[in-house]
Design a binder for this molecule. Structure first.
Ligand SMILES: [Zn+2]
Length: 782
């Protein structure tokens, strides 16, 4: 080991005597630290730490710590774990807390609880205890990490009734491990006893748990505990198979969600009663709503209970891009509140596509993920798997991001988003409309809409359908991306929002299903859409061939009114010339009368006063080219309907699932059409305008006396295919921001380049230019 910076635990100069002396010292030194941490769980103000400073109040640790670190311990680490090296890394990366493996499947401390088996190579070492004491000594908080849904065979043999079983009574397994049942004493007794033991021995500040929600939706447990509880609650037997049309299965889904919330509450009661009011149990959650659904984690209800969301979302997918991390931050904050924190585990190793636990993630890929998270209000948390690495490049990635975060922290938290466009979602829609096709029915339409907004630089916020009433006054436009399932309360709140002057855009089958996912005879929002179902529409998920969502059809949409006098091309003598003005929703499409579509449409009845802007052209052959001509060039089947209501509200209804198509294929025509419709519906009234090249994700926040704008440059050779190696700067960007009351808007401080600019103020707008953006820029407007 030549490089002292990367030395790990195998020190030739370290003797076992030194090691023992240090342990004795730590034991003594930490007794005092415990007293402080456990008494009131508040840390001394330490300018060197990752703790958030507050002038007016002393915040509990989970509101103060804004940078985290996690070395996920592997079973062989106890033999070589070099705590001193990691302590220097904690300091170098400016973190205020660590997440440390404690117990669950295996214990990283000498547990006395029966069957709580020690990690295979723990030996006599109390690794969790040493790390916990070291962290406390350094002024860091400790999240004890649990992993509580599996156990070894000896545990299964001792308590077979604590484990999840299939219809034949055979236990569910993951590799060699047996999966525990959430309705068994494993969760009611064993895990609480582990939490209590860890608190008594070590006083960690709180607990996380990766797999706290147990068996996922894809498997049904038929153990005696489950059968008994379900019978008691619903008077029925556990459903024999997954069937979304079966009311028993639907009740089983809801019953499972409730049980996970009970576990959340139970673990918090245990940790708080043993460790003090701020000794919270925070579980772990995914930023993917369909992932949360498959794990029975009700994000809205969890956020209503949580003091902090510990987010496990370590890398992007090619389809979603870095921008997904910004969207996740805003979506979770809108449930949790903007005053609370959302640290996110960020892989320093090559995670995702593909995964190499021990190789460094390309540095720009890792940094861009962190940067987008920060732009969306997420706090950085580095994550390494294993405490010893031969690829030492990964230790260089986090420090610069963390240093920048620390310097600029006051601008990155305690802020509220400024946006008048809300994109509506709900987990109930993911479950009961999306069912087993959430990507096609829920995620792609949502992605299409959000990507159209991002590429148009229109700031937006995700809004839960249950919060429309609460948040209505923030928004001048609400967008429903194929939100099939809507409850009666949600529908009523949308109607009130529109009656109050709000504008609305909806796509696909929005509001066509009840809360259980049963098809209605008409859209619940039909009167606002100005469009009605004329016959039975086959539900997208009922379509056994799934052609409406699985296949891309050779279909088109015809733009109305047609323009024929201005054509620069051969004239079709069979049709008379038509003249007319193009509507603003067709801006940029002056030279085409058709747009590619890909989906299919059924007839609709439209109300008087609505405008049909596009009609459907049914599929015709692609191959061979001789056959590739429109069989039916014109129908009256609407693809886009605009409705102006008497109170001044605008409603755009797009039965054509252009949002799904854009989410899937990224065709610019689809993105531009969506953006045009959004602009028309919202009367082109946005607080921000950005001119310049590139794909830039823009976020805008308000603090008391200033605005904070993030510009994340997503323009690079790997925008849609990871990983990013080279960053490509773009610029100049010409920015116009509407200045709210109480902010002068003249002084601009750029937090990345360090430049100070003067803005031009004109009719309530502040205008300035950023000459270049490499990975990102943050502009503070005073
Ligand atoms: Zn069970």
């Amino acid at each position: 080991m030549k490089n002292s910076d990367t030395f790990h635990g195998k020190s030739p100069e370290k003797t076992s005597g030194d090691y023992e002396n240090r342990r004795t010292f730590l034991k003594k030194a930490c007794a005092a630290a415990f007293t402080i941490a456990a008494a009131d769980l508040i840390f001394p103000e330490d300018p060197e730490s990752g703790s958030r400073q507050s002038n007016n109040e002393v915040l509990p640790w989970y509101r103060r710590i804004t940078r985290w670190g996690q070395t996920n311990i592997t079973e062989t680490d106890p033999a070589t774990y070099d705590i001193n090296w990691w302590r220097s890394y904690w300091k170098r990366t400016n973190i205020g807390g660590i997440i440390v493996n404690a117990g669950g499947i295996v214990a990283y401390y000498p547990s006395k609880i029966p069957l709580h088996r020690r990690a295979e190579y723990l030996g006599g070492r109390d690794l969790f205890g040493e790390l916990c004491r070291s962290a406390h000594e350094d002024g860091l908080a400790v999240f004890a990490r649990m992993d509580s849904n599996r156990a070894h065979e000896e545990f299964y043999k001792a308590h077979p009734d604590w484990f999840a079983v299939d219809t034949s009574g055979k236990p569910y397994k993951a590799g060699d491990l047996f999966i525990t049942c959430v309705n068994s004493p494993y969760y009611n007794e064993h895990i609480p006893s582990v939490i209590k033991e860890i608190i008594e021995l070590y006083h960690p500040e709180g607990f996380t748990d990766n797999s706290w929600s147990g068996l996922g939706r894809d498997s049904i447990c038929y153990c005696d505990n489950c059968r008994k509880r379900f019978r008691e609650k619903h008077g029925m037997e556990i459903p024999s198979r997954a069937d979304w049309d079966d009311q028993v299965y639907r009740q089983w889904i809801r019953w499972n969600y409730k049980r996970r919330l009970e576990i959340w509450d139970l673990n918090n009661r245990i940790s708080k009663s043993s460790g003090g009011k701020d000794c919270i149990w925070a579980g772990m959650n995914s930023s993917s709503v369909s992932g949360q659904s498959r794990s029975f984690r009700d994000f809205k209800e969890i956020c209503a209970r949580a003091e902090i969301i510990m987010l496990d979302s370590q890398a992007r997918s090619d389809a979603e891009g870095f921008q997904q991390n910004g969207i996740s931050g805003k979506m979770i904050h809108s449930l949790l509140g903007w005053e609370k924190l959302i640290p996110e585990s960020m892989a320093m190793y090559q995670a995702g596509r593909p995964t190499f636990r021990l190789s460094s993630k390309p540095v720009n890929e890792a940094k861009m993920w962190m940067t987008e998270g920060i732009a969306g209000g997420i706090q950085p948390w580095w994550h390494h798997v294993g405490a010893y690495h031969e690829d030492r490049r990964m230790y260089k990635t986090a420090a610069p991001v963390m240093a920048w975060h620390k310097t600029n922290e006051e601008y990155l938290i305690d802020r509220h988003p400024v946006s008048n466009v809300g994109v509506v979602w709900s987990q109930q829609n993911t479950d009961f409309y999306g069912r087993d096709a959430t990507e096609q029915l829920v995620e792609l339409p949502l992605r299409g809409i959000t990507q159209a907004l991002i590429r148009s630089r229109i700031p937006f916020l995700p809004v839960h359908a249950d919060h429309i009433e609460r948040d209505a006054k923030k928004f001048s436009l609400l967008i429903f991306p194929n939100l099939g399932v809507m409850t009666d309360d949600q529908v009523a709140s949308v109607k009130r929002y529109v009656a109050g002057g709000g504008n609305l855009m909806a796509t696909g089958e929005s509001s066509l299903y009840d809360e259980w996912g049963d098809l209605k005879s008409d859209y619940a929002l039909a009167n606002l859409f100005g469009a009605h179902i004329t016959g039975k529409v086959p539900a997208l998920w009922e379509d056994k061939n799934a052609s409406r969502i699985q296949e891309t059809l050779h279909t088109y949409l015809r733009i109305l009114p047609e323009i024929r006098r201005r054509i620069d091309g051969p004239h079709n003598s069979s049709e008379p010339p038509v003249s007319g003005e193009r509507h603003s929703v067709f801006k940029g499409f002056e030279e085409t009368d058709i747009l590619p579509f890909g989906g299919t449409l059924n007839p609709l009845k439209t109300d008087k006063g609505t405008e049909i802007m596009m009609t459907f052209i049914p599929a015709f052959p692609i191959y061979p080219p001789e056959t590739s001509w429109m069989r039916i060039p014109k129908t009256s089947i609407p693809g886009l309907i605009l409705n102006r209501l008497s109170q001044g509200s605008r409603v755009a209804f797009l039965p054509a699932d252009i949002d799904r198509q854009f989410g899937l294929y990224n065709l610019p025509d689809h993105g531009n059409l969506l953006a045009n419709i959004i602009r028309w519906t919202s009367k082109d009234d946005f607080p921000l305008s950005v001119d310049g090249p590139g794909l830039i994700d823009c976020h805008i926040y308000r603090q008391e006396k200033r605005l904070v704008l993030h510009f994340v440059n997503l323009t690079n050779a790997a925008t849609w295919r990871q990983p990013v190696d080279e960053l490509i700067p773009v610029g100049p960007l010409n920015i116009s921001v509407r200045i709210p009351q109480g902010i002068a808007g003249k002084e601009i401080n750029l937090l990345v380049s360090g430049k100070k600019l003067k803005a031009i103020i004109n009719e309530g707008w502040s205008r300035f230019e950023i000459d270049t953006v490499s990975d990102h820029e943050v502009a503070v407007i005073l």
